[in-house]
Each structure stands twice: as C-alpha cells, then as structure tokens.
Design a protein around this ligand. Structure first.
Ligand code: APR
Length: 404
C-alpha cells in the first residue's frame, strides 16, 4: 500500500477486484486463487455478519457438481441431505411429486447457505486469499478505460483506491457494481405483484416435503430448515406490515391455507423471525461493461418461488472464473466476450420457470378485479390438474425445478 503524503486515498492493487463475499464472490475468489490469478475480495459487512447471515440452501445438482469439481463440497457431502419431494395442496385435493424420480431423476441437496459461505471463506483463507471485511466499495471507475479501479471506504473510514485489471461485481442487487453501470446498461424489471410474509418458526417441519398450498385466501408455503426450524410463507397484500398479525393469527391462517383440518395439524412453535418480501425480479444486460463484470444477484434477481438465486450465483462464478483466468493467464479474452451471453441463457431459463411457478401458486392481485378473475383461477386449476395427472408435465416440472 502506498500512503499518499497529503492523506488522500491510499492505493492498492490486484489483477481482479471482487466486490462482495456472498456465494458468487467467495466461489469466484477461490477459483481465481486456485488458477493462480491475483485477486482481492472487498466486503462491506463484518466477517461475523457474513458468517451468521441465514439464507436458504436448496442446492441444485449442478451446483453440487461445480463445488465437487473444485474440491469445495466436503461440508455439503458431510452435513447436507438430499431432498426430492414437494406436496401441492389445492381445492381439488393434494398430490405429491417425487421429483427425484422424475425428469432427470435429480434431487436438491439441502445445506444451509451460511454453511456453504463458511466453507468457501475458510478455504479461501487457507489458500492465502486476500479479503477486506468492513470495507465498502463506493464506486467502480474507468471500467471502460485503461485504468479500472474501485474507490472504497476502509473500516476506519479512510478512502482507498484499488487498481485492478478487472472488477467482478458480486455485491448483490443493491451493491456498488450496479450503481456504477454505464447508461447503456439495460435493467429488465418485473414485479410479480405478489408479496410474502416470510416466517421462521422454532418448530419441527410439519411435512416431509416442500409444501405449496394454493388457496383462495392466498398462497402458503412450508420448507424445512432443519429438524427444529421450519420456514413458512403467507402471501400477503403489498405494503403489509410483518408485525400486524399475532402469532395465533399467523398459525390460524397457515392452518386454513394448508388445509390442516383435512391433512393434519401443523407443528407449532415460537415465530423467531418474520419479514415481508415483494416478489420481483430483474436482469441486467449485458453482464460485461469493459473491465466490469457482474455475477450473482448483481447480475439478476429471481423471485424466491423456485430457489434459483444461489444456484445461478455459483454457476456464473464458475463461468466468470474460467473467463478471467483465460484473459489473465493466457491473454485470451474470448471467454470474457462470451460470458454475458452464456450466463444470460441460464438466467432467462430460470426467470421463465420462476414466472411459471409464481403464476401457478398465486392469484395475482389485480387479476381478481378484472373480469378475468374466474378465467385466471380456472387456468391455475387446469395447470395444477395437468401437473397432477400428466407424467410429461411432471418430468418437465422436475427438470426445471431442480435444474439451473
Ligand atoms: N461493497 C462491498 N460489499 C458489498 C457492497 C459494497 N458496496 N454491497 C453489498 N456487498 C456485499 C454484501 O454484504 C454481501 O455479502 O456483497 C455480498 C453479496 O452477497 P449476496 O447478496 O449473497 O449475493 P450473491 O453472492 O450474488 O448470492 C446470490 O445467494 O444470498 C443468497 O439467495 C441469495 O440469491 C441470492 C444468492
């Protein structure tokens, strides 16, 4: 580090400056390090916060294959468990799809994301990787010029300039990389018009499957997060306040929508976390702007209905690592030229399936008010009936539900 005499921004450098220590940034850092590429990760949160941030962990088989390929899957093979069943509860009855026996016969690996992040962080540190916590990237500058660099704020508040050959924006939807995109960057946005009250209950799972309840009162979801913790979702109106319902009211609504009277009571417990999420999605195009490249949520955001986010982040991190390694180790930018188109092909497939899934599970507000409310409700029942009865539809569902 060179300290400027007048106390201005100190200067550091790395061939690749990675913004963000989530799944995308940490996997990218590990793969670059393994390929002998000089990099640094700048992470605005503290190490403790990064390690304790609880996130879903529904890993697609392709994600497991990527982590296996690079020797980063020990933790998930030790502590992960496979999952292959979802249960739909509808006005016409309930049915289960053992998607692990449908389509390509593949199953999810359930492994809490904070465990994956911890594994990646530990391996990166063991390999001598440079990471700066509590260091917020403020701007990516000259990305299309000859001296790309990142202006960041160090833990003590002092500015620092990181010079780099490339900057990898893995800092999520609200990160610095997106704010630094040039005017020609296109951001496709879509609002599904649906919101979820997300709940974490200190209670054992009530089903041995991912539960999707389609009800006139709104969608309800059930996802195990471990033997003693279960995630529930309740569709709510836009602007709903997470604290407006008592725990009793929440369990009553979950019982109603999951038809507990017909299919058995839900296992209750204290609600230890609650929050409202609006189901929206967006895609940035292209994903490369000169020396700035985007991966993970910085590149695209999918609605949570089909758990695609972390799996896309892993896939894009591997593609980007290969491309950056080609550019920096073999002076071949062909991979970087293809990176955006290759990643966007996967992103749009995931967006399409998530859009279909969101439309299957929810009465979209606004549709009820139109004259087509009965029309849309009947469409949804027909789709569910097809999914219940058609093997071909079930194979298509399984392939897209698990695939990336
Ligand atoms: N400077 C440095 N770091 C930043 C900045 C910034 N300006 N802004 C955000 N970050 C950090 C966040 O603190 C976070 O650790 O970037 C990281 C982004 O991580 P994620 O949000 O996990 O995004 P990503 O790695 O793309 O993973 C995508 O994983 O988080 C799950 O399901 C979620 O779909 C998401 C997926």
């Amino acid at each position: 580090m060179t300290q400027d005499q007048k106390g201005r921004a100190s200067r550091e450098s790395a061939d690749v400056v990675v913004l963000g220590a989530g799944p995308a940034g940490l996997l990218l850092g590990n793969l670059l390090l393994a390929a002998g590429v000089d990099c640094v990760i700048l992470e605005r949160a503290t190490r403790t916060h990064v390690l304790n941030r609880a996130r879903a962990g529904f890993l697609a088989p392709n994600t497991v294959r990527i982590l296996d390929r690079h020797g980063l899957a020990d933790g998930l093979h030790r502590d992960g468990r496979t999952h292959g069943t979802c249960e739909f509860r509808t006005a016409d009855g309930r049915f289960r799809l053992d998607y692990g026996t449908l389509g390509r016969g593949e199953r999810h690996t359930v492994y809490p994301q904070q465990n994956l992040v911890s594994d990646l962080l530990e391996r990166y540190a063991e390999a001598g990787g440079r990471i700066r916590f509590d260091t917020e990237a403020l701007a990516v500058q000259d990305a299309s010029g000859r001296h790309p660099h990142v202006i960041a704020r160090e833990p003590d508040g002092r500015p620092v300039r990181w010079d780099g050959r490339y900057v990898a924006g893995c800092d999520g939807r609200h990160g610095c990389a997106r704010r630094s995109l040039p005017p020609n960057a296109v951001r496709h946005r879509h609002d599904h018009g649906v919101s979820w009250l997300g709940l974490l209950a200190e209670a054992p799972p009530s089903l041995d499957a991912v539960g999707y309840a389609v009800h006139d009162r709104g969608f309800a979801g059930h996802m195990a997060r471990g033997p003693h913790v279960t995630r529930y979702y309740l569709q709510c109106r836009r602007g709903f306040s997470a604290d407006s319902w008592s725990e009793e009211r929440i369990w009553e609504e979950l019982d109603l929508r999951m038809r507990a009277e017909e299919y058995g009571p839900l296992r209750r417990g204290p609600i230890i976390e609650r929050g409202v999420v609006d189901l929206t999605c967006d895609v940035v195009e292209p994903l490369r702007h000169g020396s700035l490249l985007l991966a993970g949520d910085a590149a695209s955001l999918t609605a949570p209905a089909a758990a695609k986010g972390a799996n896309l982040a892993v896939l894009e991190a591997e593609l980007l690592a290969e491309a950056l390694t080609g550019a920096l180790r073999r002076n071949d930018e062909a991979g970087l030229d293809r990176y955006s188109a290759r990643s966007l092909a996967f992103i749009w497939r995931a967006q399409e399936f998530t859009q279909w899934m969101t439309g299957l599970l929810h009465a979209i507000p606004g549709q009820e008010r139109s004259e087509g409310s009965f029309f849309h409700a009947s469409l949804r029942r027909a789709r569910l009936d097809s999914l219940r009865t058609s093997r071909a539809h079930q194979d298509w569902f399984a392939e897209n539900y698990v695939g990336v």
